[in-house]
Design a protein. Sequence first.
Length: 366
Amino acid sequence: MEEEGGMHFCALISRPFGFGECLTYDYSSFTEADFDKNADHRLITDPVVPHGLQDQPLPDGPGCSRVGRRFFLMGGLQFSSGASKINLLGLSTALWSFDADASPPAPGLRTRPRPCPSGFSLTLRFCGSMELGRSWPVGVPYDDKLYIFGGLGCSASLEHRRSWIEIYDPLKDTFLQPREVPKYVAHMSPSCYFLWDNATTNQSLADGKEHRKKTLFMLYDSNHPRLLSYDVEENCWEEFDPNFPGSRVGNCRRNLILWGRDTLFIIDHAARWSIYDLSSKKETGEVQVQGLKLDGLVIHAFCQCSSEDGPLTFFIFMEGASDKETRIREYLPYASVRLVREGKNFIATVTSEGALNIGDHDHVEM
């Protein structure tokens, strides 16, 4: 989101757990103005604690999404901690949320400790149980509701198909009727999405054709590189492109950013992006980002557009270098890239680059 000080980013940081310890989460918010700060300064973070269940282990690998100011954690791998070990119990059905506004305003990057007399934590509120346990589901905020897709793996039974889509209404604080999906959809593993306002013809008139817009959920299947569309109003699925370009770096999280009506940027790696045209269903070009000090795997990407014909500003966050033995990371590398269209091509310029010190972590959701 865009606020005073530029783009405002929210991050949920999962902290590693050692032998016999439980996974913990921290939350942080910062703006692009913080990019200029020294990486030796630690980003301020606040612990996220389940209400009334401080000793209960939080799930590993939940799906994360945001509806308005509320941050949601969906499912995950549920562990039970003992005196000396952690046992995997299975997939969690829990839906948690916390109010991002509850965090006191952070002035930017500062060294710890933070001056807070009694300490501060964000309280996770239990919203209810999903019908199915899920790990890494995709949450889509739409029409003030949270639509929860997948996270069930490839072996979906008929029972799974009937509840493959679950819908939570934060305003009414309740789950709505789940939706069944076709068999070919139930076996997909959605890893990312974007919303597409597609103009469709719904009625033929004597003096021409009437067009209406409908918003389609476009979900990428990481098991079999393909793009599926879901019409939420009609509850209708379509295999939009069974030959959608796959990732050059294997089965990774992808960043699909729609610009204009039909142009889709596919950002897997920092230095080389693909351009896909939704109308022709073809890959139409590339963006070469020259001058990057670090060409890493992009875990999150965001776009800011000043006007329809103006330059685009992309903020990309990369996977940081990890310890070879523990696979633990300390820094979150980033780059700000300005994109200008010249004819059919896009010219990319790196405007800033660095790394945010967020402390030891194994995963970041933004």
